[in-house]
Design a protein around this ligand. Structure first.
Ligand SMILES: *[C@@H]1O[C@H](CO)[C@@H](O)[C@H](O)[C@H]1NC(C)=O
Ligand SMILES: *[C@@H]1O[C@H](CO)[C@@H](O)[C@H](O)[C@H]1NC(C)=O
Ligand SMILES: *[C@@H]1O[C@H](CO)[C@@H](O)[C@H](O)[C@H]1NC(C)=O
Ligand SMILES: *[C@@H]1O[C@H](CO)[C@@H](O)[C@H](O)[C@H]1NC(C)=O
Length: 347
């Protein structure tokens, strides 16, 4: 058995050697002015020998997008992204998106894992919407999620220093409170809070069941409101989604948040940039506060002071940027490890 294994290894090295020599003969003469510039289609076909191959085991939610088209600030040079499973044996990392594989472990690669290959668990949903976490035991090497302690941190948004090239002006306000909601789960914490809050002030509700918002003018519509209810569907550490980043901050409204603790939000955004439902003992008191701010422009404007220092950033196309982040981490050659239980970690 042992000697067979070594024979195989030797054979493999030998084949690799032949390929390297052929490669050198074919492409070794750099700097030649007649050098052909590869076309995009060729580039996406297979990795160059020096590149790290990153295999997406599935498309997330079966949503397809252009690979190898990363924003320049994410430094993805030296990486090749692919969904071609034939490249599994030589892939440096395999990204396993939870949603498509959670039903059955047999959907995962069944061929033995090459040495040195990282298996990366990727998830953007909260624990409440991530079934079967217990099957992810003892085979994942790196985590990738909105949790700040992930090996690859993929938040829904972020703040950047404002360099003064685009100073923020508060959009013209004509309305008070907006909420966008499509999943009306009447048992959820957010629905219960909303039903109490609406008794004391007027809330405009958008979404598939009420007023439909078109994608093209969502931010413009929401920007007319003074406040936006950034209520998360479930409460988990660091689980702060586009409801805050896009619907509130990018649209230029003041977020009223329901999610993890105020302290948790303050790890990502300034304490004076948002209102937390926990700041008030009852929904009625929150309503009174919002009505008060509505009458006091100067106090309302203070919720925008931070914008002279910082500005919210949106991921160019969410999924693309998320995957692109893998490259930089991989290039730093993270230490080998195995996550004993995703179920225990991902609370
Ligand atoms: C996948 O990769 C293999 C091996 O490089 C190649 O032969 C095949 O054509 C690729 N398939 C696609 C769809 O690109
Ligand atoms: C998973 O899939 C395999 C092969 O298709 C099947 O034999 C097995 O029963 C499935 N397991 C579960 C828990 O569904
Ligand atoms: C933004 O404000 C800063 C500080 O007041 C000022 O120096 C800068 O010129 C402004 N930039 C623009 C584009 O108006
Ligand atoms: C990944 O985890 C597996 C399973 O425990 C382990 O055999 C492998 O060495 C680990 N690889 C890396 C790159 O951490």
């Amino acid at each position: 058995m042992e000697s067979n294994k070594w024979k195989k290894r030797f054979f493999f090295c030998f084949v690799q050697c032949i390929f390297s020599i052929m490669f050198f003969i074919l492409f070794g003469s750099k700097g030649n002015s007649t050098e052909k510039i590869p076309q995009r289609s060729e580039l996406t076909f297979r990795p160059e020998s020096s590149q790290l191959t990153i295999l997406l085991w599935t498309w997330p939610f079966n949503y397809h997008f252009p690979l190898n088209d990363c924003p320049t600030d994410l430094d993805s040079s030296g990486c090749f992204f692919t969904v071609n499973r034939s490249l599994y044996p030589s892939a440096n990392a395999v990204i396993i998106h939870h949603r498509e594989v959670y039903k059955n472990k047999s959907i995962l690669p069944q061929i033995p894992r090459p040495t040195n290959q990282y298996w990366i668990w990727f998830n953007k949903e909260s624990r409440s919407h991530s079934p079967n976490l217990h099957i992810m035991e003892n085979f994942i090497n790196l985590t990738m999620s909105f949790r700040a302690d992930s090996d690859i941190f993929t938040p829904y948004g972020r703040l950047e220093r404002n360099d003064g090239s685009q100073n923020f002006t508060i959009p013209v306000k004509s309305k008070l409170v907006a909420w966008v909601i499509s999943n009306w789960n009447k048992n959820s914490k957010r629905y219960k809070y909303y039903s109490k809050l609406k008794k004391h002030l007027n809330i405009d509700v958008y979404g598939s069941k009420t007023k439909v918002l078109s994608h093209t003018n969502t931010l413009e519509t929401l920007s007319q409101y003074k406040f936006y209810l950034a209520f998360e569907n479930s409460i988990h550490e660091d689980y702060i989604t586009e409801k805050l980043w896009s619907n509130s901050l990018l649209s230029g409204t003041v977020p009223v948040v329901l999610g993890p603790s105020r302290k948790n939000y303050e790890r990502f955004i300034p304490s004076d940039s948002f209102i937390h439902v926990e700041d008030f003992s009852t929904p009625q008191k929150l309503a009174l506060y919002l009505l008060e701010l509505d009458k006091n422009d100067e106090r309302y404007r203070q919720y925008f002071n931070w914008r002279s220092r910082l500005q919210p950033m949106k991921n160019r196309i969410d999924w693309v940027s998320d995957y692109c982040r893998v490259c930089k981490v991989l290039k730093e050659a993270p230490p080998y490890k195995t996550i004993p239980s995703i179920d225990t970690w991902f609370r």
